[in-house]
Design a protein around this ligand. Structure first.
Ligand code: C2E
Ligand code: C2E
Ligand code: C2E
Length: 89
């Protein structure tokens, strides 16, 4: 167990995601929309995703999970806490 507490969740900021250009964020936006539709969870400002989903997204973006996490933090789509979620990979 981490001294900083439980592993933080990966929480996507859907409002920020919607503001980003499609060339950058299109694949992530489609992935998030698919999860929302599978859950029937359409009205949230944020979406908690599985750690496994970040692994899949890293493959899609041809990056390591930690590289993708840094990029998403830079875009403002994940907050800095997400770094700790990915350290446990
Ligand atoms: P499933 O994976 O068979 O999960 C069935 C139900 O178990 C989910 O229904 C949800 O109520 C619960 N569940 C499973 N894992 C978790 C979890 O980590 N946290 C929480 N809070 N509940 C969990 P739900 O939400 O209606 O999702 C239906 C199906 O949609 C899921 O079936 C899965 O196939 C897909 N899905 C939904 N959200 C995600 C996601 O974030 N990532 C992926 N890969 N698939 C998802
Ligand atoms: P939390 O996980 O810190 O989430 C805080 C708030 O962020 C939630 O308040 C909700 O407004 C939003 N949020 C986070 N993830 C999602 C998401 O995937 N979809 C949507 N639509 N909104 C999201 P809320 O709903 O009042 O929940 C308060 C707390 O209750 C959550 O704090 C969590 O601790 C617990 N909770 C709610 N739903 C679940 C769940 O499915 N599984 C688990 N384990 N806890 C849940
Ligand atoms: P959470 O609901 O607080 O779940 C935290 C962790 O507990 C999950 O991390 C997963 O490792 C485990 N867990 C919870 N419920 C289940 C379950 O039904 N089956 C299994 N095998 N494991 C479960 P994970 O997967 O990284 O998910 C992070 C967060 O993403 C979840 O936090 C929840 O907010 C959201 N989430 C993931 N999958 C689903 C889903 O299918 N439906 C919904 N509504 N939310 C999901």
């Amino acid at each position: 167990p981490s001294p900083l507490g439980p592993t933080p969740k990966l929480v996507i900021d859907l409002e920020r995601l919607a503001q980003l250009p499609k060339e950058k964020a299109g694949a992530l936006a489609r992935y998030a929309a698919t999860i929302q539709s599978q859950r029937g969870d359409y009205n949230g400002k944020v979406l908690s995703i599985r750690q496994e989903d970040l692994r899949s997204l890293a493959v899609i973006y041809d990056k390591s999970p930690s590289e993708l996490t840094e990029e998403l933090i830079g875009w403002g789509v994940l907050d800095a806490e997400a770094r700790r979620a990915v350290e446990s990979f």
